[in-house]
Design a protein around this ligand. Structure first.
Ligand SMILES: *[C@@H]1O[C@H](CO)[C@@H](O)[C@H](O)[C@H]1NC(C)=O
Ligand SMILES: *[C@@H]1O[C@H](CO)[C@@H](O)[C@H](O)[C@H]1NC(C)=O
Length: 279
């Protein structure tokens, strides 16, 4: 029988412009998280490179490559499920924002390419066009653990509730979003979006941000968080480098779902949500 509880560690890594230093720090913190009892360890979005489209071509790599080899080894050495945040991936001349997942044997068990690219252009204020450098992924990705099925998406994807709903219908009890909100969207929406996705779908939602670097061109909000199926924040980081731990209690998911049975009281005769992803 599957365990009804497991421990998750959200690693709010400090990401610098030095790739090998980022990989070494990540590897050290993964061991530390495993030493702290975590069964599943998750890293932030863009954990090997500064966040920003101008960096992606330089930091991009193939999968397998330097960063994912480190992840595979760290998962195996520490016997944990490891969600490798995201890295800029190069494949066939295109760049993707890609998250990889390794099992405790160090095998790649899932690969997710960010589905919704973030393009914004507010004249005189901010211009950020991921689609100029990145290509979007075309599928949704879940992976199985001995504890529960987990759904994976990246950052901006959290603003699209349909994706979380589809993951819930596929049986996920935990959704993970490596992400890097900024100093405006962070305080305004980061926690609200997580609590919304968690409550709507009655599951756990975890987000993993890089630590804040005031000197970086993109300043991340930090505050990696875990929200429970009741919509409550159960663990939350500050803005510096730290590891946040929490239990994920799967019997609590069932309890919330049976006390407010939204999932079996839908009216499929008046609305519907269709899963068109091929994976
Ligand atoms: C992935 O996409 C997000 C947009 O939400 C962006 O912030 C990040 O820099 C991208 N990361 C990589 C590794 O391409
Ligand atoms: C953060 O991103 C939002 C949305 O794109 C933008 O409106 C805002 O100006 C950005 N804030 C900072 C501090 O860069």
């Amino acid at each position: 029988m599957a365990a009804s509880k497991f421990k998750i560690a959200l690693v709010q890594l400090f990401v610098s412009a030095n790739k090998s230093e980022n990989l070494a720090r990540a590897s050290k913190l993964i061991s530390q998280a495993a030493g702290g009892g975590a069964n599943l360890v998750a890293l932030p979005e863009c954990f090997n490179s500064p966040y920003g489209t101008k960096y992606f071509p330089e930091y991009a790599e193939k999968i397998p490559g330097e960063s994912t080899s480190m992840l595979a080894k760290a998962a195996k050495d520490n016997k944990v499920f490891l969600v490798g945040g995201s890295i800029p991936e190069e494949d066939g001349g295109k760049l993707y924002n890609t998250s990889t997942v390794f099992n405790p044997e160090g095998e790649l068990i899932a690969k997710f390419r960010k589905v919704h690219l973030f393009d914004i252009d507010v004249p005189g204020k901010i211009r950020f066009q991921e689609s100029e450098t990145l290509s979007p992924g075309s599928g949704l990705v879940t992976f199985d653990t001995p504890y529960c099925k987990v759904g994976l998406a990246i950052c901006y994807d959290i603003r699209f509730p349909e994706l979380a709903q589809i993951y819930a219908r596929r049986g996920c009890k935990l959704l993970l979003y490596p992400g890097a909100f900024n100093m405006t969207t962070g305080p305004a929406h980061w926690e609200l979006l997580q609590r919304g996705r968690a409550l709507d779908n009655q599951l756990y939602v975890g987000t993993i941000s890089p630590a804040r670097d005031e000197g970086a061109s993109y300043v991340a909000w930090g505050h990696s968080t875990l929200v429970n199926p009741w919509g409550e924040v159960v663990a939350k980081a500050g803005h510096e480098e730290e590891i946040v731990y929490s239990d994920v209690d799967l019997s609590y998911v069932d309890e919330v779902r049976s006390s407010i049975p939204t999932s079996n009281q839908r009216r499929a005769d008046i609305y519907n949500l269709q899963d068109m992803s091929k994976n």
